[in-house]
Each structure stands twice: as structure tokens, then as C-alpha cells.
Design a protein around this ligand. Structure first.
Ligand code: CTP
Ligand code: MG
Length: 227
């Protein structure tokens, strides 16, 4: 039984308002994806990391000089398609159906190695697998079509899903094949099989860079860690 990281990095970053795909934006001295991959490279449990790139990607080699992992230009039109293709690329490189795969968004570049290790420790004996997630802190409102509050949602049972999300390769591939394109994370696909992934509490600064305003905050955090 081994552990592999799979990093989907084939998106265009349409919500980020950047002139290039967001994973290649420079923050605190290096590209966002270089930060992500450095954190994964510092996790001794991981046998190898595979990055899924867009077929037309021409930026990765310069953005992550000296990358010692695997990359494959097999990204698809959706995140789910990119992850499915990445699982196949892992198989072609010798990963087995019982090996664990930790899927982690390239765009969550604040990742720390100890968070990954915490997830692995919490889930390696689990029959299903699990994910980093954060209990929701704000009071949640359901909106109507006019943008007015319909009602207040009970937040006590609600968690915000993050990555990494770790499942065995064979189970995850089967789940994603059955789920189609609409799922936005691995756990949703596993849930659709009637299985219950384990929630592992994550720190707040494992957020995904999605909107223009996320970049300044991420840069501030990265620089404060360097100080
Ligand atoms: N991703 C991918 N293949 C896709 C879409 C997304 O590999 N077809 C990756 C992104 O590169 C990112 C991660 O999945 O690292 C999370 O997706 P998201 O934050 O939605 O990134 P984008 O799809 O690039 O951004 P947007 O949705 O704003 O266009
Ligand atoms: Mg997207």
C-alpha cells in the first residue's frame, strides 16, 4: 500500500481575473503551483506526485523548475475529467488499485506538509477514506430568487470541503466513472456510492484561490511564513 498525490492543474481560472491561468500566477517569489508542489514534496509518506496539465500547457516546466514528480498533459474539460485522466496516468506509471490517492487542488497553494500527514494518519486505516474540511463558522442563509433571506440554515452539521481528499485508486476511479461531470470534489462521487468519507478538521488557511481578492491574502500569509 502506497500513497500518491494527484494535483489537478488543468483549469483556466476563469473567476480569478488574472491574465494567465491562476496556477501560474507568482506569489511571494514563485508560482502558485510551485508552492503547492513544494508542500507535497515535503511529505515523506508520499511515493510520488502526479500533476495533471491541460493538453496545450506550455508554462509548467518554467513555473516549477526541477520538478521531481510526474506530469501528464491529460487534463479534461471539467475537474472530474482531469482527475479521472490523472488516475489513469497513475495506473500507467505503476500505481495499484489498492494504493491511496490524495487529490489536491493546485489552487490551494497554502498547503502545509503536516496537514497532509494529519489526513493520512486519520484515514489510512479507514475503509472509505476522507478529506480535509472546515466546520462552517458563519450563520448561513438560504436566499430566494429576489436575493432576500428565505430562512436560516442550521450550520451545526455543516462543513466546508477542502483538499486533499484521499481514497483508494480503484474505488475513486469507479466512483468518478459512475458520477459524471457535475461533481466538484472526489468525496461527492464516493458519497453517491452510499459511502461516508471521514471529515478531518483543517486549518482555515487551506483556502482555494478562486476570486481576485484571494491572491493578496494568500501572498500575505506566504510572506508571513517566510519572515
Ligand atoms: N481543474 C482541472 N481541470 C479542469 C478544471 C479545474 O484540473 N477542467 C483544476 C484547477 O486547475 C484547480 C482545481 O482543479 O487547481 C480546482 O478548480 P477551480 O478552483 O475551479 O479552478 P479553475 O476551474 O481553473 O477556475 P474557474 O472555475 O474559476 O474557471
Ligand atoms: Mg473550476
Amino acid at each position: 500500500e502506497r500513497f500518491f498525490a494527484l494535483v489537478p492543474a488543468a483549469g483556466s481560472g476563469s473567476r480569478a481575473g488574472q491574465p494567465i491561468p491562476k496556477q501560474y500566477v507568482e506569489l511571494a517569489g514563485r508560482s502558485l503551483i510551485a508552492h503547492t508542489l513544494a508542500a507535497l514534496a515535503a511529505v515523506p509518506e508520499l511515493a510520488q506526485t502526479l500533476v495533471v496539465l491541460a493538453p496545450e500547457d506550455a508554462r509548467f516546466a518554467a513555473a516549477v523548475p526541477g520538478f521531481a514528480g510526474w506530469s501528464a498533459r491529460c487534463g479534461g474539460a471539467t475537474r472530474a475529467a482531469s482527475v479521472r485522466a490523472g488516475l489513469q496516468a497513475l495506473r500507467e506509471r505503476g500505481a495499484g488499485e489498492q494504493d491511496w490517492v490524495l487529490v489536491h487542488d493546485a489552487a490551494r497553494c497554502l498547503l502545509r506538509p503536516e496537514w497532509v500527514q494529519g489526513l493520512i494518519e486519520a484515514c489510512r486505516a479507514d475503509a472509505v477514506g476522507g478529506l480535509l474540511a472546515q466546520p462552517v463558522a458563519d450563520t448561513l442563509k438560504r436566499a430566494d430568487a429576489q436575493g432576500r433571506v428565505q430562512h436560516t440554515q442550521d450550520r451545526r452539521e455543516l462543513w466546508a470541503a477542502q483538499t486533499p481528499q484521499m481514497f483508494r485508486l480503484g474505488l475513486l476511479a469507479h466512483a468518478l466513472d459512475a458520477a459524471g461531470e457535475a461533481v466538484t470534489d472526489e468525496a461527492s462521487a464516493i458519497e453517491q456510492l452510499g459511502l461516508a468519507p471521514r471529515l478531518v478538521r483543517a486549518p482555515l488557511d487551506n483556502f482555494k484561490l478562486t476570486l481576485p481578492e484571494d491572491f493578496a491574502l494568500a501572498e500575505l500569509i506566504l510572506r508571513s511564513r517566510q519572515a
